[in-house]
Design a protein around this ligand. Structure first.
Ligand code: AMP
Ligand code: ZN
Ligand code: ZN
Length: 420
């Protein structure tokens, strides 16, 4: 072969190899190839209920989270309202507020779709609902990735079990809270080995302990240590593969946690006849009036109670982005941080409740804020930045992966604050 020709072939070969090393340039046939050390990938980790200030807790061993914070650390991650698991996880991966992506609560009803004459129902323990793409709007990051030729894998994420816009992650699993954390990490590593460009991981222990025992309990600190140990296994696994320096690790949480108490309960019976309305209990409370009842009058009566503010849905403050969806209840009741709206019948039956912690409150409350940490080749190093909004994360991850983001409600400048 003549020399110039050989040189051209070598240059072409190098260009192809280099192209494959860049996530935005790979055109991965699903599960067709195994990954070489040096190939770029991104792992998005959610630690459910990890409050923004947990990272600085004295006496809690979390060396791996602190190692990851040496990349980029946002002062806090400001969740979307309601500060609940499903709405926030789905905002993280779509860049949309719940009113736009449709997951407006963990438990909801859709008056625009009737099943046997009743509104269709959604709850996070209902597998038929969570696997039904009709509930899930927008374009989650795994769909964006796969449409643009990358391979995505989810070791749990709300929405990952449904076909959304005709697409499921190449690799996914039915949610199983009993799956050991080491097994979740090993599954993620296996899918990275098989050529996945984007992998999600999810850990619920910090949220579970926060609910049962409260944000300040030893059990919650132990759960933080348990998740940190799982992340250590991930980091070690990447290091062993020679892939730690080429993998972006992004750690987020969906919301924080506030302590609750049976001493901080307000009874809705004191404002309205609970037999004459349908109530979605929880944080926030949703009220569905009967025919002919005026939502504005109900909201006014509830707001007259201490520690509660209720809005007819059209009047929910704009900063909460919680008006524009049929699945949002006609009356939305916000309790002050740490307070619980309940009923006389419930507190008589369960006088010791609520105890421990909860979330779902106004996203302005600091106790509801989460974390954003990122370390890897795409991210700045030794960089702290101000608050990041949950709806910004989709655009950041898309840009780190070299993807064209779908239309979203995140701040277009957010990626520049954290990426190299
Ligand atoms: P929350 O009620 O907002 O605290 O929700 C946290 C709970 O959501 C976890 O403890 C899990 O039981 C549940 N959960 C989290 N992810 C999933 C998922 N992908 N599928 C079903 N349930 C989930
Ligand atoms: Zn959660
Ligand atoms: Zn929770």
């Amino acid at each position: 072969m003549a020399r110039p020709m050989l040189a051209a072939v070598v240059v072409l070969f190098l260009a192809v190899v280099a192209g494959q090393a860049l996530p935005g340039c790979t055109s991965t046939e699903p599960a067709a190839e195994t990954t070489e050390a040096g190939e770029r990938a991104l792992v998005l980790v959610s630690i459910d209920g990890y409050r923004w200030d947990y990272l600085d807790r004295a006496g809690v061993e979390q060396p791996t989270l602190r190692f990851l914070a040496e990349g980029v650390r946002a002062e806090r991650l400001v969740p979307v309202f309601p500060t609940k698991t499903f709405p926030n996880h789905y905002s993280l991966v779509t860049g949309l507020h719940p009113s736009q992506h449709g997951i407006v609560a963990n438990t909801m009803r859709d008056p625009e779709r009737l099943v046997d004459g009743e509104p269709a129902r959604f709850s996070l323990s209902d597998r038929e609902a969570i696997t039904d793409g009709r509930w899930w709007g927008g374009e989650p990051i795994w769909v964006t990735a796969q449409r643009q030729g990358l391979t995505a894998a989810t070791v749990f994420w709300p929405g990952s079990e449904a076909e959304i816009a005709g697409v499921r992650p190449t690799h996914w699993l039915p949610y199983d809270g009993d799956l050991a954390y080491a097994d979740r990490v090993d599954q993620a590593l296996e899918w990275l080995d098989e050529g996945s460009d984007l992998v999600t991981l999810y850990f619920e222990a910090v949220d579970t302990a926060g609910h049962r025992h409260g944000p300040d309990a030893d059990e919650t600190n132990a759960a933080i240590e348990q998740v940190d140990a799982a992340l250590a296994r991930l980091v070690d696994g990447l290091r062993q593969r020679g892939r730690l320096e080429t993998t972006d690790l992004v750690v987020v949480s969906d919301h924080g946690m506030a302590a609750v108490s049976p001493d901080r309960v307000v009874l809705l019976d004191d404002a309205l006849d609970l037999d004459a309305v349908d109530v979605d209990w929880g944080e926030p409370v949703g009220v569905w009036p009967e025919e002919g009842q005026d939502p504005a009058a109900l909201a006014e009566a509830i707001s007259a109670l201490p520690h509660l503010t209720a809005y007819p849905k059209a009047d929910v403050p704009e900063r909460l982005h919680y008006s524009d969806n049929a699945r949002i209840p006609p009356v939305v009741v916000l309790a002050e941080e740490g307070w619980t709206a309940s009923s006389r019948a419930y507190v008589e039956r369960y006088p010791d409740r609520p105890s421990g912690g909860t979330h779902g409150y106004d996203n302005r409350d600091a106790s509801m804020h989460g974390v954003f940490l990122a370390r890897g080749p795409s991210f700045r190093s030794g960089h702290t930045t101000g608050p990041i909004q949950t709806v910004d994360v989709y655009g950041i991850v898309a840009e780190a992966l070299g993807l064209d983001a779908a239309p979203n409600e995140g701040d277009a400048e957010a990626a520049a604050r954290v990426l190299r």
